[in-house]
Design a protein around this ligand. Structure first.
Ligand SMILES: [Zn+2]
Length: 330
C-alpha cells in the first residue's frame, strides 16, 4: 500500500518512543501501547506498517491505528493517512465482514530438505537424552508417541542457513523440544517449545520455525467423526495417543490463528466441531468468531484445568470425555 505516513512516524508523534529490537519484517519496534499502556507490549513492524499489542490484542495498519487510538471514523482515518477512501473502501469493508481463508502454501523444497535433516538429528538427540524423554513422559507421552511424531530435542540455539526462496535472513532454531508436523508425508511445519524461555522474554515460548506452512496442523481429517480444535500441537498429539479413533484433531498453534483455505473447507463439512482452546482470555476471545463461521460448532472445553493437555495430566480420560458428546447429541 502506498502510504504517505508510516506507523513509526505516527508512533513518534504520539510520543510512544518505539525502540528497535529486531530486524524481523524489515524492523521490529517495541513501545508502550497507546491504548493500554505498559512498557514494551506494543509492536510495530516498520516495513509492513503493521502494529500489534500483546496485551489488548489490537492490531492493524495505519488506518486501523487511527480508528483504534485516535477515535477516528473510517473516513477520518483515511484522510489522516492520506488515503483516498473511495479507492480503498470496498476492500476494507469486505475484509472486516466476510472471512476469506488464505491458502497455506507448503514450505519450499529447500526448506524441507534442511528441516528434515534437522528434525532427524534432533529426534536422535532426544531419544539419547534421558532428561528430555523424562520431561515428555511426565506429560504422559509414551515412547511410541515420541517416535511416531518424531519429537526432537534441539540442545543449542542456533541460526541455520536454510536460505532459499523468500528468505533474506538466517532462520532461528531455538533450544527446546522440537515438534514437527507432517501434512501427509511432507514435513510442513516445525514448532519449538523453548526450554530457556522466561516470562520477561521478548520472544514467545513456542516458536514456529520460519518457512513453515502457515496453516494449522490437521492430524486426521475424517469426515465421519467430530473435529476437535485445540491450541497446542503437543496436546493434539496426546489426544491422538489416547483416543485416535474417536475424532479428527486440529492444532491451531495459537489461540488467534484462523483456518487456512483447505481446513476451512473441511470444517464446513465436518459433522461437528469441538471447540477446545485453552480456558483463558486468549482462548475464549476467538469463540465469537468461530461460532459465527461454523454453525456445527460445540463448545467443548477441558472439563477441568486450563487445557486438554493439563487435564490429561490430572487424570482426564480422553475417551470418556469425547464419548460424552454422543450423549449430548441425543
Ligand atoms: Zn494495548
Amino acid at each position: 500500500m502506498n502510504m504517505d505516513i508510516t506507523l513509526l512516524e505516527i508512533a513518534l508523534e504520539d510520543q510512544l518512543t518505539p525502540k528497535r529490537v529486531a530486524a524481523t519484517n524489515g524492523g521490529e519496534y517495541h513501545s508502550p501501547c497507546p491504548g493500554c499502556g505498559g512498557k514494551d507490549r506494543f509492536i510495530i513492524w516498520s516495513e509492513n506498517n503493521r502494529y500489534y499489542c500483546r496485551k489488548c490484542g489490537k492490531s492493524g495498519d495505519v488506518i486501523q491505528y487511527f480508528r483504534d487510538f485516535h477515535g477516528c471514523s473510517f473516513k477520518e482515518a483515511c484522510e489522516k493517512a492520506h488515503i483516498f477512501p473511495e479507492k480503498k473502501k470496498k476492500r476494507y469493508f469486505s475484509q472486516s465482514t466476510v472471512f476469506v481463508p488464505k491458502k497455506a502454501n507448503p514450505p519450499t523444497p529447500q526448506w524441507q530438505f534442511h528441516a528434515s535433516a534437522f528434525i532427524k538429528s534432533c529426534h536422535i538427540d532426544l531419544i539419547n537424552n534421558p532428561s528430555t524423554v523424562a520431561f515428555l513422559k511426565a506429560r504422559e507421552f509414551t515412547i511410541d508417541s515420541i517416535k511416531r511424531f518424531q519429537i526432537g530435542w534441539n540442545k543449542n540455539s542456533f541460526f541455520a542457513e536454510w536460505l532459499g526462496e523468500g528468505f533474506k535472513r538466517k532462520i532461528w532454531l531455538p533450544k527446546g523440544i522440537v515438534i514437527p508436523y507432517f501434512k501427509g508425508e511432507a514435513l510442513s511445519k516445525i514448532k519449538i517449545r523453548r526450554t530457556d524461555w522466561h516470562s520477561k522474554d521478548h520472544y514467545p515460548k513456542y516458536v514456529e520455525v520460519q518457512g513453515s506452512m502457515a496453516g494449522p496442523a490437521v492430524y486426521r481429517s475424517d469426515l465421519n467423526s467430530s473435529v476437535l480444535i485445540l491450541e497446542s500441537e503437543l496436546d493434539a498429539m496426546l489426544v491422538q495417543q489416547e483416543a485416535e479413533e474417536l475424532c479428527s484433531v486440529i492444532a491451531l498453534g495459537g489461540a488467534s490463528k484462523k483456518p487456512d483455505k483447505d481446513t476451512h473447507a473441511f470444517l464446513l463439512k465436518a459433522p461437528s466441531i469441538l471447540f477446545s482452546l485453552d480456558y483463558d482470555e486468549a482462548g475464549i476471545k476467538p469463540l465469537t468468531w468461530w461460532k459465527k463461521q461454523y454453525s456445527n460448532l460445540i463448545i467443548w472445553m477441558a472439563p477441568f484445568e486450563k487445557s486438554v493437555g493439563d487435564a490429561i495430566l490430572k487424570g482426564l480420560d480422553v475417551k470418556t470425555w469425547l464419548s460424552l458428546l454422543e450423549y449430548k447429541k441425543r
